[in-house]
Write a protein that binds this ligand. Structure first.
Ligand SMILES: Cc1cc2nc3c(=O)[nH]c(=O)nc-3n(C[C@H](O)[C@H](O)[C@H](O)COP(=O)(O)OP(=O)(O)OC[C@H]3O[C@@H](n4cnc5c(N)ncnc54)[C@H](O)[C@@H]3O)c2cc1C
Length: 454
């Protein structure tokens, strides 16, 4: 039997892989539901994502899994126009299209890029003159953007856009760890701007992101439905792990359970606690993975109460040039079909992250007051929201910082000494749904070889 600790998308994908192979397993999930950071709420006709809102289509693992689950007809492509904006000095500036991570792929778009000052546009255009650092090791997103595209772009673009995706700080987040394609372009001896121009020309058509008709929670639910009912134990936090006579022994509220292999698909801090009695250094490495806390605030509003056209996918906030507390806002019903009843719109604002760690401690009312006041000013909204939902994610977003890749390599080396002990999910090698799925399924294949042990 294989034990899976954690029923987020990684744990579920591992369980699904084992079940398709006929390998017996039990999945232990601390919460009273599966999905982890993937959860959809249906409130008064609105479909509100509490966590992840879509999957990157370019990484096939998410879409392939949907296909296997029969969900392909339920996949949604984000609506047009997909323009995203940056709030800079109180005004919304459109990001050019096509662009890769905010860097325009066409000279004309760069020349008219209102977000950047003219010297900053010239500095981006001069990127091909910057010497290639093919041996660049791990470096921060901020350092990479500053080196290749100049200092101004870090505050107005890299932090809100790339930092915002991970609710992190671009001065600590790892460029090769989180945005390997751009980092690899330079490592392979390419000028990054030329690579961006080439990639945009040959890029995937039809929208970069996909969701599901009933929200991303549909993926977690579909996975759960494919698993044997008695193999999924909800409300079952694993509190200790030990190696006893070549087997793994897990302590759970329901008693001790023996397993031939264990897949730790839980946050690093939880994995670290379990590893303390097994390998102190492995536990220490897990403890070094930092987490950010964020709050997602979903708000329904009458369409005619919002003067802004909401033509696009939403905006991120350049915090250096604004005093607002929200970090971003998705115009959910402009982005996806069927998320709000007729005559209504759904907006989703984010507060917190690495730069505002105390936001998660504010009361619901305080958070709503902030978000409603700020959105009303930015989008010219009159009247109160018709629906409001606050979802807190405390210490939930793993921060893959500079040094993370090396630490995880060391962690894997440590764990290789203990046959049948595996890690999977966003705490370790992967970030985002498709990578978590791919990672967990690959791990499950290896773990499955230990099934005969019990
Ligand atoms: C607000 C937000 C928005 C996001 N948006 C996107 C997006 O649009 N697209 C995208 O691809 N990604 C997005 N992400 C990231 C994505 O959601 C995660 O990378 C992915 O869901 C992580 O899955 P996981 O299974 O590794 O971890 P988790 O979802 O964190 O699951 C871990 C599970 O382990 C359980 N657990 C913890 N301790 C124990 C224990 N002791 N015993 C048993 N169980 C335990 C937890 O309860 C949890 O269910 C977003 C994340 C957040 C927070």
């Amino acid at each position: 039997m294989i034990a899976i600790v954690g029923g987020g998308i990684a744990g579920l994908a591992a369980a699904y892989e084992l079940s398709t192979r006929g390998v017996p397993f039990v999945l232990f999930e601390a919460a009273d539901r599966v999905g982890g950071l993937v959860r959809t709420e249906h409130v008064a006709g609105f479909t509100i994502e509490a966590g992840a809102d879509s999957m990157l289509a370019q990484k096939r693992a998410g879409l392939d899994l949907c296909d296997e689950l029969g969900l392909t007809p339920r996949l949604l492509t984000s609506k047009l126009p997909r323009t995203a904006f940056v709030l800079h000095h109180g005004a919304l500036h459109p990001l050019p299209s096509p662009a890769v991570l905010g860097i325009p792929a066409r000279w004309k778009a760069l020349a008219t890029y209102s977000l950047l000052s003219i010297p900053a546009r010239l500095r981006v255009a001069a990127e091909p003159l910057v010497p290639i650092k093919a041996t660049a090791g791990d470096e921060s997103v901020g350092a990479f953007y500053r080196r290749r595209f100049g200092a101004e772009i870090v505050d107005v673009l890299a932090q809100p856009l790339l930092g915002g995706i991970h609710a992190g700080d671009v001065e600590t987040l790892s460029m090769p760890g989180l945005f390997p394609r751009l980092a690899d372009a330079e490592r392979s001896g390419r000028k990054v701007l030329r690579w961006i121009q080439h990639t945009a020309r040959t890029g995937e058509a039809g929208g970069a992101f996909r969701s599901l008709s009933a929200g991303m929670g549909e993926l977690a639910e579909s996975l759960r439905r494919r698993l044997p009912r008695d193999a999924v134990r909800l409300g079952s936090p694993v509190t200790a792990l030990a190696q006893v006579g070549g087997l793994w022994r897990l302590t759970t509220p329901g008693g001790r359970v023996g397993a031939g292999a264990v897949i730790l698909a839980c946050p690093a801090h939880a994995a670290g606690r379990m590893l303390e009695s097994i390998d102190v250094r492995a536990a220490e490495i897990c403890g070094q993975v930092r987490y950010a806390s964020t709050v997602s605030v979903g708000l329904g509003w009458a369409r005619d109460g919002i003067a802004h056209p909401l033509e696009g996918s939403g905006f991120v906030v350049a915090r250096a040039s604004n005093t607002v507390r929200i970090t971003a806002c998705t115009w959910v019903s402009s982005k996806w079909e069927g998320r709000a009843p007729a005559g209504q719109v759904l907006l989703r604002a984010y507060v917190g992250g690495a730069h505002d760690p105390s936001a998660v401690d504010l009361s619901d009312q305080a958070l709503l007051d902030i978000v409603v006041r700020e959105l009303s000013a930015i989008l010219s909204i009159t009247g109160p929201p018709t629906v409001a939902r606050v979802d807190r994610w405390r210490d939930a977003g793993a921060q893959h910082e500079v040094g993370h890749l090396a630490r995880i390599t060391e962690l894997e080396g440590r764990l290789a000494r203990y046959p049948g002990l595996f890690i999977a999910g966003s705490a370790f090698r992967s970030i985002g749904i498709p990578d978590c799925v791919a990672d967990a399924r690959a791990v499950a294949v290896n773990a499955g070889m230990f099934a005969h042990e019990t």
